[in-house]
Design a protein around this ligand. Structure first.
Ligand code: SF4
Length: 521
């Protein structure tokens, strides 16, 4: 969010461009009055003239007329149910009769509907954004300062949106107290589910502070919900220059395993067995990766998808590297062994040259896939004795699916193929992924997901649905037999396998999506 006055056009444009350059995907500006809302038009024109397409969001409090104007010029308008129509809290009227309460709700609807109509006409999205600190007297009178009150404050507005069939809405509940924030959002999910609502959620911890405290509070509040599978956009609020928020947001998404934007380094804490200066070694390996990434953009993209384990000793290191792609493990004083997955591929090399040897190992071509075409594995390559699939999680928001569906023995090999496929999707896969990712169909999808000894193009584990996109080589007789075997095995494990051709996805993705939705019901 910009910290500049919205009447300071130059300052706002500068800050919006800085936020966008840092990777921000939405920028919010405060619009206290109609003057500021009108100036959003000028700001937006200047930002677009600078070649920046980041959507702009107007933040409106206390004056619905401002929201009406902002809706003409911004991609989204945030309104606060606590003060959209209700006057500022006076803490005077603590009792409302049912009639008085109903009359206030009617007042909200009368004012909200014309605003929604303006938004509908201009394609403007609405964020219903409740803050723990700004509940109205009316809500406080019935629910007090509780998560139930925060949720009801949202639901009153959402019910109007539902009645008006206005679905271009995102909802947020923010609080500086992370427990209240997490509890309220979880409660909101249940309330929305109970009333058949599927509005996306924006997450944030408000007044999180600065420095380490601000980052930790945001990570706890936002992270807890992301791990639950809740959340569609996030903001890390820091009392710092706004562009500082963006790298924290990306790190948070990566830690929640939702978006991979950089190499993930894990390392042991070190102990008496550690065979080198651990902090210095970590910095040396990171610096080598950074330098290599700067020199070669393609390599940078490749490195961004990797998990590298830096472990202090050979005794416990390899076993504790968990699912790292590559390991850098202390082997003896001044010596390092390098691992690809769990396999030791270079032993006892000099510590000085080890970071570069690790990079060379990563750059070396992977072993050829065991079947023709892309790195899809057919039943011909599968070993006997498949690992039993563990149960998958329950359906829908809030469920925590179990992702470990791979054959344990072959996972290190399959993982490299899966990653290669993710880096080099076909045109059809790219198109379909845009429709499946981020809970777009209300369920989580994974692409190039390993199940047993197979790599599924797309998988929705809560619904046990596998989607395969067939290119030309699937028409070959041998491949058709392989595909049939693979489908049969997946079906034996309880998966439903549906197939589309490249042409179907590229030519009529809407029909493909409707078809998928049928299987998600
Ligand atoms: S991996 Fe080795 S050095 Fe690191 S903490 Fe474990 S035992 Fe100690």
């Amino acid at each position: 969010m910009c910290t500049t006055s919205t009447m300071d056009t130059d300052g706002c444009v500068r800050q919006i461009l800085a936020i966008a350059a840092a990777g921000g995907e939405l920028v919010r500006l405060t619009t206290q009055g109609v003057r500021e809302a009108e100036n959003m038009k000028v700001i937006r024109e200047r930002v677009r003239a600078a070649g920046c397409t980041v959507p702009l969001v107007a933040d409106v409090h206390f004056n619905p007329a401002v929201a009406d104007v902002a809706a003409l010029y911004c991609e989204k308008v945030r309104i606060n149910p606590g003060n959209y129509v209700d006057a500022a809290r006076k803490f005077k009227q603590l009792e409302y009769t049912d009639e008085e309460y109903a009359a206030e709700l009617q007042k909200i609807e009368d004012r909200l509907v014309p605003f929604l109509n303006i938004c509908r006409e201009h394609g403007t999205a609405v964020r219903i954004g409740v803050n723990h600190g700004s509940l109205s007297d009316r809500i406080m009178s019935r629910y007090g300062d509780t998560p139930a009150g925060i949720v009801e404050s949202c639901m009153e507005f959402l019910r109007v949106c539902m009645r008006e069939h206005f679905m271009n809405v995102v909802v947020s509940i923010k609080a500086s107290n992370t427990v209240v924030m997490v509890e309220s959002v979880r409660l909101l999910c249940k309330a929305m589910d109970a009333e058949g609502m599927t509005f996306p959620l924006h997450l944030g911890v408000t007044e999180a502070g600065e420095g380490e405290d601000g980052r930790l509070r945001s990570a706890v509040g936002i992270g807890a919900l992301l791990i639950d599978g809740i959340g569609d956009t996030i903001r890390v609020s820091l009392s710092e220059p706004p562009e500082n928020e963006i790298p924290v947001a990306y790190s948070l998404l990566q830690a929640a395993r939702l978006r991979t934007t950089k190499t993930e380094f894990i390392s042991c804490p070190g102990c008496g067995r550690t065979l080198y200066d651990l902090p210095a070694t970590i910095q040396r390996v990171k610096a080598a990766f950074e330098q290599a990434g700067k020199a070669d953009k393609q390599l940078a993209e490749r490195l961004a998808g990797l998990k590298i384990a830096i472990m202090g000793c050979i005794v416990n290191g390899p076993g504790e590297m968990a699912d790292a792609d590559y390991g850098y493990v202390g082997a003896a004083r001044g010596k390092v062994s390098l691992y690809r997955g769990k396999e030791c591929v270079e032993k006892n090399i000099d510590e000085e040259s080890a970071p570069q040897r690790l990079l060379a190992l990563i750059e070396a071509p992977l072993p050829a896939p065991p079947v023709g075409g892309r790195a899809a594995l057919s039943s011909e390559n599968t070993a006997s004795g498949y690992a039993a699939l563990p149960p998958t999680g329950g359906a829908g928001r809030g469920a925590i699916p179990v992702y470990k569906t791979a054959d344990t023995m072959n996972y290190p090999l399959l993982k490299d193929f899966a990653r290669e496929n993710r880096y080099h999707p076909t045109e059809a896969e790219s198109i379909l992924w845009d429709y499946l990712k981020g809970y777009s169909l209300n369920y989580p999808f994974r692409r190039q997901h390993i199940i047993g000894n197979f790599i599924a193009d797309f998988a929705c584990l809560p619904k046990k649905l596998v989607i395969e996109i067939d290119g030309g080589y699937h028409q070959l007789p041998n491949q058709q037999v392989s595909d049939a075997d693979r489908t049969q095995w997946l079906e034996q494990q309880g998966f439903k396998v549906i197939r589309f051709t490249n042409e179907e996805v590229i030519g009529d993705v809407d029909s493909v999506i409707s078809n998928i939705k049928e299987y998600l019901k």
